[in-house]
Design a protein around this ligand. Structure first.
Ligand code: ADP
Length: 256
């Protein structure tokens, strides 16, 4: 009835208002934290630490890292805002998704052998379809999503382990999955990790340079493509992120 409708509208409006307030509060908090920390380092430098040949470079490095993190966060926020206002237009191309995933995994294989990851025993495994599968996507955006999931797989696997990239073809979708052997995600948090700023362990994630926006952006991007993203996890065992994308079985002649 009409009354139910009105009640429903008010509740919906209230929910949106509440979400907006929460968002502004989150942004303010997330920006205040690095700024406060930077200010105390700058104060220490001004108070004389700048003359200390050991402290000065260390304190400057901290302020540099915090600045970088704030820039990254603001770039993420701008990207989300462009998506929200419908200004983030996909540049669709027909690409071979098998090849794309293969490239991303190869790139991380190289990274893992680089100095940054030295001493950590990660392994990358590939389980890919033995054929080209053509999907219509914005390749830069989908690569960004895959990079984000791969980075998390490494970040949240402190003991290393195998990271497996898989792809299977269903009738009208391709499903990419990335499995790690990391710390896992508690059941109660699984539904929330795609929300803006949500982090299972705020302090730990921040220490690792995270802002809690990566998965929120990934979800928006995948949904822009008409796909889905979700995760399954066992605490202490590991996590699998799934990404499904609609797939039109193109005949090669059709698009060549
Ligand atoms: P962040 O910048 O904090 O990594 P994300 O949006 O990428 O933000 O991820 C949100 C949260 O989800 C992370 O803070 C972390 O708690 C959790 N998370 C994401 N990926 C994994 C993973 N592979 N294993 C365990 N936890 C994860």
């Amino acid at each position: 009835s009409g009354i139910v409708c009105v009640l429903h509208d008010v509740t919906e409006q209230e929910r949106i208002d509440e979400e907006r307030k929460q968002f502004v509060s989150n942004v303010s908090h997330e920006l205040r934290t690095p700024l406060t920390s930077m200010r105390s380092y700058i104060e220490a430098l001004a108070d004389g630490a700048w003359e200390d040949p050991e402290l000065a470079p260390r304190f400057l490095e901290v302020t540099q890292n915090e600045t970088d993190r704030m820039i990254r966060m603001i770039q993420d926020l701008l990207h989300l805002s462009r998506i929200d206002s419908g200004k983030s237009v996909l540049e669709l191309e027909i690409v071979d998704i098998t090849e794309m995933l293969d490239h991303v995994l190869n790139r991380f294989e190289m990274l893992i052998h680089s100095a940054e990851y030295e001493g950590k025993n990660y392994q990358i495994k590939k389980v890919l379809e033995n054929e080209s599968i053509f999907v219509e996507v914005d390749p830069d955006r989908i690569i960004q999503v895959l990079d984000n999931i791969m980075n998390n797989a490494i970040k949240y696997s402190p003991d290393g382990g195998t990271i497996t990239g898989r792809m299977v073809k269903r009738e009208q979708t391709v499903i990419i999955s990335i499995t790690d052997e990391g710390m896992g995600i508690p059941k109660a948090d699984l539904g929330k990790i795609f929300s803006r700023f949500y982090r299972v362990d705020r302090a730990r994630s921040r220490a690792m340079g995270g802002s809690g926006l990566g998965l929120a952006i990934s979800k928006e991007v995948v949904e822009q493509h008409g796909g889905n993203i979700w995760a399954e996890s066992t605490e202490g065992k590991g996590t699998t992120f799934y990404l499904s994308l609609p797939y039109v079985p193109y005949e090669e002649e059709e698009w060549e």
